[in-house]
Write a protein that binds this ligand. Sequence first.
Ligand SMILES: C[S@@+](CC[C@H](N)C(=O)[O-])C[C@H]1O[C@@H](n2cnc3c(N)ncnc32)[C@H](O)[C@@H]1O
Length: 296
Amino acid sequence: MPETPEQTWNIKQLLDWTTDFFSKSTIGNARLEAEVLLAEALDCQRIELYTRFDEQPPAEQLTEFRAWVKRRAAGEPVAYLAGHREFYSLRFQVDSNVLIPRPETEHLVVAAVEFTKSLTCDPIRIIDVGTGSGCIAVTLATLIENCKIAATDISEPALEIAKSNATNHGVDPKIHFFTGDLLDALPAGSKPVHLIVSNPPYIGEREISTVDDQVKNHEPDIALFSGPDGTEIIQRLVDDAAQFLLPNGALMFETSPIIMDRCVNFVKNNPAYSGVRVIKDYSGHDRIVVATKTDD
Ligand SMILES: C[S@@+](CC[C@H](N)C(=O)[O-])C[C@H]1O[C@@H](n2cnc3c(N)ncnc32)[C@H](O)[C@@H]1O
């Protein structure tokens, strides 16, 4: 929006101008993103903008909004600018140290909650590997009353965000956080668990040219990429998880349809598992692998 001193801007004009500008910058959801950024700059709910159309924001808030609009048009994700993203109807703090939670991952949460309904033990013990923002662990802790969760990540700054999200949602007493490589992060002698969940990195370094610029230029590489084919971390996870699972426990992880067959085969070829099934995402793509530990 031009910074001419003689022009004043009300909320409606700001939204219309920014929506048009974002559309020309080929940003999908241009109106929504304009609303999210303006609501954040004005520290109000998005819906309130509609009742304040004629209001002229103060100069300071306008300056902040202008700066965000420029950064958004240059490719920075709106969630990092606003500092949060909704996942499973909960607000998660995010910054550039964590992957922005994706709607596909909600299928993992649904499957995990369903699985725990069949358990009668107390507490239900769960591990979330590669917790990032903590969106899976924190959501499960809000949905499953009697659970204890160990959440791991190799990234210290990511764990700081996850801890903050756990506190914001009042579930910090139910989650313990550990830094380190996959399940090696857990203290020696940790008790076996009923469920292991994970949304690990699963993009192959070979695929990098096909990854959206907004993703590869702004989200952390360590959250995205896993070896040349994208399977390296999942293969290790499948192999290592078996020794942390109780008999009939489940390992559930998200992956890409591109490597789904190989991920399913990692489970099928491992005698520690007795069964495997695949859950599709909202777009009909194979997305979640559910592996069942043998009955011993
Ligand atoms: C795809 S992100 C998922 C984050 C979050 N669970 C979600 O669903 O939005 C993968 C996460 O795994 C972490 N990670 C990558 N390699 C890891 C490893 N070897 N051990 C533990 N965590 C790892 C990354 O730091 C990142 O937070």
